[in-house]
Design a protein around this ligand. Structure first.
Ligand SMILES: [Mg+2]
Length: 387
């Protein structure tokens, strides 16, 4: 057993403007033999506060080199309980763990899937989240009518996605004046009905509620969603902040209850599944502790609760590809999320280009992630900097 450590020599940040207020932000970590690993940062302050903390943590790791990606929280003196409650620190730690896992895999000349203990797969199944395609672009607002939702869903299905997700409840926000199903949920329910009509009876339809409801309205809404044969009921409430409310909604629900996209660490996700709070947890490698932690979460939970893990990934192409490696490594049975239709040129942000076809993401050959940021995409739409 060697005790070779990971020596960081350079950290760089890259951003690429997507549309509206949205940029993708990436970090590249290079070690002393020149292997560079890549990861994605997200959340408010990704390019400022979170990038700065990532650089600060990297500097501490440069002075006290970790034995590998999983050693990073301990090396920084950060316990899981602290990271569970601090999204900024969790994001910085997750990015460093994912980037260093990529660099370690490149150095070992194996794919990230294999580095994380799995067996290489050509492709991973996706579901199409139409949400990003319907957010405001650089020219302003978008059509949010039921017809527009139906069009987007129909197009996603025609491209080969076997399931679609939408987030239709723009008008609703708890608390509500009336008991039961709030009037403010009506427009969202109409959008869902239009999507169901457009995609036919049998395509799995996922609905994300972005924590806009509460116990009473969340229970009433689930009943209303049965009308449109919704199969996945995501985040009626924030199930991390309000686990008891989420559990009570789940107890009444006939469809899968999903959530916990901002969770950190295997202990938290295990508590959620063992506690009967949700049917499906959605770790995001950008916050959950990184690619290595996500594989651990997937392996452990899928062993005692098959189908309980689906990676959250309304993300840019780097996090998408890393999440595909993660899903392959823990052999997830649920499809992986894909933010379909956000921008036309998305595939070209990576070299080799991102390949999403027939509802699958193809994992490129080559060590680590198998892809890098395309330099001309940065020149055209972004910038590169150090801190
Ligand atoms: Mg969500």
């Amino acid at each position: 057993m060697t005790t070779e450590r990971f020596h960081i020599t350079r950290v760089e940040f890259v951003s690429v403007h997507v549309r509206g207020a949205h940029d993708w932000v990436f970090v590249e970590v290079t070690e002393r033999d020149g292997y560079t690993g890549l990861a994605e940062l997200a959340g408010p302050g990704a390019a400022t506060e979170i990038a700065q903390l990532t650089a600060d943590f990297a500097e501490r790791l440069r002075l006290s080199p970790p034995s590998g990606e999983s050693d990073i929280p301990a090396r920084l003196g950060l316990a899981a309980a602290e990271l569970e409650g601090d999204r900024v620190k969790a994001t910085a730690v997750s990015a460093l763990r994912s980037a260093i896992a990529d660099a370690q895999a490149r150095r070992a000349r194996v794919s990230l899937t294999e580095f994380l203990g799995g067996q290489k797969m050509d492709a991973v199944k996706l579901y199409g989240n139409i949400n990003r395609s319907m957010l405001p672009d650089d020219d302003g607002s978008r059509d949010r009518s039921p017809e527009a939702f139906a069009r987007a869903a129909r197009e996603a299905i025609s491209l080969g996605f076997e399931a679609v997700k939408c987030a239709p409840f723009d008008e609703a926000r708890a608390p509500f004046e009336e008991p039961g199903l709030p009037e403010a949920a009506r427009a969202g329910i109409d959008r869902i009905a239009a999507v169901r009509e457009a995609i036919g009876d049998d395509v799995p339809l996922f609905v994300d509620c972005h924590s806009r409801f509460d116990l009473d309205s969340g229970i009433a809404l689930e009943v209303a969603l049965r009308e449109s044969n919704v199969t996945w009921y995501e985040e009626a409430v924030d199930g991390i902040k309000h686990p008891d409310v989420m559990r009570r909604i789940r107890e009444r629900a006939t469809m899968d209850v999903a959530g916990a996209e901002s969770g950190y660490g295997i202990a938290m996700f295990r508590r959620i599944i063992e506690g009967g709070i949700m049917d499906v947890v959605m770790p995001d490698i950008k916050f959950c502790g990184g690619a290595g932690e996500a594989v651990e979460i997937g392996r452990v939970l899928e062993t005692f609760a098959p189908g309980s893990v689906s990676m959250h990934s309304p993300s840019g192409p780097v996090s998408q590809l890393a999440s595909a490696h993660v899903s392959a490594a823990f052999k997830g049975t649920r499809p992986l999320e894909h933010a379909w239709g956000e921008v036309e040129w998305r595939a070209s942000a990576l070299e080799p280009a991102e390949r999403i076809e027939s509802g699958r993401i193809y994992i490129p050959d080559g060590p680590g992630l198998g892809a890098r940021i395309d330099q001309s995409a940065v020149e055209k739409r972004g910038r590169r900097w150090t801190l």
